[in-house]
Write a protein that binds this ligand. Structure first.
Ligand code: PMP
Length: 333
């Protein structure tokens, strides 16, 4: 029976698991994708946004008509803005200009104050995360209103949100009958929260990172070295540093996935199963297939389907862009 909610915030989370048919058949395993794209803001990041806002309210750091400021690849900004509108908070969203116009337009259409900045590495003082902190500090000094720097990368409310919701949901949906969980990491909130929740229930459940090229996390898991190789068109995932959230993750091993592998899987999911997914889902499902092959037949593996293709049309359904990047082109383009 479908549910009735008092407000949109209550519709965050409790997403279904969808069996990924091709990936399951290919590996003789059961591979499920948790349909995070069904969250009201269209992505898994609604959960982090809600956890961060709830924690700040509890600590009296965010009061009526407060202002939330965040550096984000877009999805967290969308989640924060959606919850902000429902609760009466303003949002200032600082984004690298390299993110797709789809996400930027969505945020502007929702009424967020979007500040686009040049893409700079984390060590640069003008990195988007550092700039968002600076704006929050300056604003805080000049207003009587409460100002919250959401700080999704190093605010552990993020992973605790996934520990309390995403991880528990996966455990109860599979009735504890699962052998592995795999996903990519941006802030590390998802993998930290889910891994802690699942390992606490059954320490034998394998947790794998699925890391895009251009990220240092794979080498960190393998050799404890933050070394970056290659690059990726994926957004919102990969990292050059160990965030406070990632530090909490209980990870057994890691796969490094290139865009070719991820994009072929993404186009297959669309054309064979009607799953219209964003770039990180390609990396995640590629990781799930590799984990299934590693663990062997008959196993149950879960990953997360973080958002939808519509946030990335200008890249993943753009023939010119794909040709330039030497990536596979879906045959229907
Ligand atoms: N996929 C997408 C589409 C995202 O926006 C993000 C967050 N930036 C992630 C995956 C990574 O999730 P997390 O921040 O919890 O590691």
């Amino acid at each position: 029976m479908s549910k009735i909610y008092n407000n949109v915030i209550n519709a965050i989370g409790n997403t279904p698991l969808i069996k990924l048919q091709t990936a399951s058949e290919l590996t003789n395993c059961t591979i499920y994708g948790k349909a995070e794209f069904l969250n009201p803001g269209g992505s898994i990041k609604d959960r982090a946004a809600l956890a961060i806002i709830s924690e700040a309210e509890k600590k009296n750091m965010l009061k009526d008509k407060g202002i939330i400021i965040e550096g984000t690849a877009g999805n967290t900004g969308i989640g924060l803005t959606l919850i902000g509108k429902a609760k009466g908070y303003k949002t200032i969203i600082v984004m690298p200009e390299t993110q797709t116009p789809e996400k930027i337009d969505t945020l502007k259409s929702m009424g967020a104050d979007v500040r686009l900045v040049a893409a700079k590495p984390y060590k640069d003082p003008n990195n988007f995360v550092k700039l968002s902190r600076k704006i929050a500090e300056e604003m805080s000094a000049n207003t009587n209103q409460s100002v919250l720097w959401a700080n999704q990368f190093d605010n552990n409310a993020n992973y605790l949100g996934h520990y309390n919701t995403t991880g528990q949901e996966i455990w109860s949906q599979t009735k504890g009958d699962l052998d592995g969980f795999v996903c990519s990491s941006g802030t590390g909130g998802t993998i930290a929260g889910v891994s802690k929740a699942l390992k606490e229930k059954n320490n034998k459940i394998k947790i794998y990172l699925s890391d895009p090229k251009g990220s240092a996390l794979h080498n960190f898991i393998k050799n404890k070295e933050l070394i970056v190789e290659g690059s990726s068109i994926t957004e919102g995932i990969g990292s050059s540093r160990i965030t406070s959230n990632f530090k909490e993750a209980l990870i057994d091993d890691s796969f490094s996935i290139d865009d070719n592998e991820a994009m072929n899987i993404l186009y297959d999911l669309m054309s064979k199963e009607g799953l219209y997914l964003g770039t990180s889902s390609g990396i995640n499902v590629a990781g799930a297939i590799r984990l299934a092959k590693e663990l062997g037949e008959g196993k149950t593996i879960v990953t997360v389907l973080c958002d939808k293709s519509d946030r990335y049309h200008s890249k993943i359904f753009n023939k010119k862009f794909l040709l330039e990047k030497k990536l596979p082109i879906p045959p229907w383009l």
